[in-house]
Design a protein around this ligand. Structure first.
Ligand code: FES
Length: 144
């Protein structure tokens, strides 16, 4: 991958992504895209008693977008929706052993996909989600 240094964890999640697919009876679905790079992510969560029991994703995007999607779906499983809302793109990038600066926006897209799925869940159950600030659906692009 050019002169970018990817961690072993990024490469592992890129070549062996976890949780690829759909959840037919998902509790929430998030759809996000970055208009600059053109990458899109769809995330599905299955929630029971406010606990995320399952998470899956479909990503049409770069290797880092696939690795961050994979990692974020692993991170949310077993967490409460409140805990999941606090997962930041930094935490995702750190869990992957870091990302090159020009690829940080890919982890932002993963955070947004998760957040978008959580907002969808809150809407479906009629819970107020204004207490957490929904982030814009497009990530900041760090240039390349
Ligand atoms: Fe856009 Fe990775 S290049 S998400």
């Amino acid at each position: 991958m050019g002169d970018l240094n990817y961690s072993d964890k990024v490469m592992d999640h890129f070549f062996h992504p976890r949780n690829v697919g759909e959840i037919p009876d998902a509790s929430g679905i998030g759809n996000v895209g970055n208009p600059i790079c053109g990458d899109v992510m769809r995330m599905y969560i299955k929630v029971e008693n406010d606990i995320i029991k399952d998470a899956k994703f479909k990503t049409f995007g770069c290797g880092a977008a696939i690795a961050t999607s994979s990692m974020v779906t692993e991170m949310v499983k077993g967490k409460t929706v409140e805990e999941a809302l606090r997962i930041s793109n930094k935490a995702v990038a750190e869990a992957l052993g870091g990302l090159p600066a020009v690829k940080l926006h890919c982890s932002v897209l993963a955070e947004e996909a998760l957040r978008s799925a959580l907002v969808d869940y809150y809407k479906k159950i009629g819970r107020d989600y204004s207490s957490f600030e929904p982030k814009p659906v497009t990530g900041e692009h760090h240039g390349d």
